[in-house]
Design a binder for this molecule. Sequence first.
Ligand SMILES: C[S@@+](CC[C@H](N)C(=O)[O-])C[C@H]1O[C@@H](n2cnc3c(N)ncnc32)[C@H](O)[C@@H]1O
Length: 212
Amino acid sequence: MDLRHPIFARVWPRLRVRIDAEGFAERRRALLTGLSGRIIEVGAGDGANFAHYPPEVTGVLAVEPEPRLRGLARTAAQDAPVPVEVVAGVAEDLPADDAAFDAAVACHVLCSLRDEARAVSEMYRVVRPEGRLRFLGHVRSARPVVRRVERLADATIWPRLAAGCRLGRATLDSLEQAGFTLRCEDLVWFEFPEARFPTPGGQHVAGELRRP
Ligand SMILES: C[S@@+](CC[C@H](N)C(=O)[O-])C[C@H]1O[C@@H](n2cnc3c(N)ncnc32)[C@H](O)[C@@H]1O
């Protein structure tokens, strides 16, 4: 299934190169460290994570619904250090069998999903028992003033500018509701970009959850 966002698909790869150069590439590498076996990456974009998969990964199924980004991801897959297959599909209906993967990766994608709860249950379905979900993204700010701005942006122009992205999501709650187990020590909280004051969309969290 295709989800077309032609403007976003042209802007994101350039923006992505900039944020990676500003330190985000290191966050990607840390997100994927320690993974092994079969991985499903949801919403792979232009394939920015592919270069960071460790050699213990035996294969990646990368699902990307936006056709232009999918084409760029296929190009990136050719230089990846591990085998990567890029396919069309959406997180809410993953093209994969039950328990087929050792881990799922969702990087900068949960904020954009039309149906976050359904997508998270899909990731739960395709990861084997005792498998992992590695995720990274911005979540709603803990600061009331910033949160108010995020709510306003979500209700007005932001989702249209950023291909459905919402700044005010409580993503960790959805992940736990799907059945994943979360341990606080497996989470890293950070502001990105680093700024003197917290900014809307700046509160990020990265980490690992387990399927029991
Ligand atoms: C901000 S980009 C991040 C891309 C990539 N994960 C990265 O870290 O560079 C968000 C991505 O999520 C994808 N996306 C949006 N809705 C989706 C959905 N329902 N299912 C899967 N991917 C989706 C977009 O097409 C886009 O590639």
